[in-house]
Design a protein around this ligand. Sequence first.
Ligand SMILES: Nc1ncnc2c1ncn2[C@@H]1O[C@H](COP(=O)(O)OP(=O)(O)OP(=O)(O)O)[C@@H](O)[C@H]1O
Length: 362
Amino acid sequence: MTTSVTIDSVTKRFGDSTAVDNVSFDIAQGEFFTLLGSSGCGKTTLLRMVAGFLRQTSGHICFGGKIIDDVPPHQRNTGMVFQNYAIFPHLTVFDNIAYGLRARRRSKAEIDREVKHMLELVQLGHLAHRRPRELSGGQQQRVVLARAMVIKPDVLLMDEPLSNLDTEMRIHLRSEIRSLQRQVGITTIYVTHDQEEALLMSDRIAVMSRGRVEQLDVPHKIYAEPQTLFVARFIGENNLLSGTVIGREADGSSVIELPGGHRIRGAGGFDEAGSPCQISIRPQDIDLAHSGDAPQNTIGGTVTDIQFLGGTVKLLVEIGAEQPLQVSLQGRRGMEMPTPGSRLKLDIPLKAVRTFKAEASA
Ligand SMILES: Nc1ncnc2c1ncn2[C@@H]1O[C@H](COP(=O)(O)OP(=O)(O)OP(=O)(O)O)[C@@H](O)[C@H]1O
């Protein structure tokens, strides 16, 4: 039976260094949950604690509400797919997948049925009698996946399972893993440093940095509403500008003054009047101001660069702030193409302006 997972105030120290720093969250039954962060942020350490290979320094891990801190790894009933989790070279695809069921002393008929079902799900039925060296990297990884899932684990743990594959196979397997996980409904914890992979595959994402969870949310919120400057920098492209919060309007929006004298209003985020702040704006949230619209933030600037990419048009617009604004417009038929040196007015919706407390400069 697949299960919920609770991480309750978990800390892991190695000597003086803290790899995981007081992390808490719940993963629902059947959820595809991703730990996303750059190298060294603690995601593998956290996953290894869930598997039981590492013991946390403090805090608890629960499966289905029950503390499992003292349960050894082989009794946790987790399925594991790691980057270098080799399959047995001397066994056929069928026997590799059957391995966990045989170790659990299931009947021959059950093994036959379950392995055939898995082979079908990962589309390897026609290769059941091949050995691993006769398979492509992607096919081998599907064997690993099938082997992990066939035992019907309570929780499936995956650590960068696609990072050794070429781009095409990676993109293909992303959606395959996700649809397989949906069909089978296993609670899954997936570790990756690849934001695109995380956004595409996950029900929810925990973005980690330096052992802590910076933000935990559904993919589109992580993308559209970063809660910290780290997340705004880490996920997707963003214009990051320094400014000062100068006040608040009646509608709750904050007013920020940028170098160069522009004032811009933002909805949500840090709004302590008089304080230095940083704002983030996604290039594709900026539009050309059209007459007739009710603009929310209008900023005039001069085009310094233009890149026509077919579906999108990328501009750099000098607005007198510390750096030019990157603007990404949808290329529409008949659209009037700006040229370098031309002046234009940009419109930025309130909601696209996220405000953060300025970081102390190092
Ligand atoms: N066995 C260990 N002994 C000492 N320090 C360790 C040990 N394992 C991990 N660390 C340290 O803990 C921190 C987190 O490591 P972890 O492997 O969890 O990061 P990660 O986010 O998974 O990175 P990567 O993507 O590179 O694997 C790092 O600073 C790492 O050097």
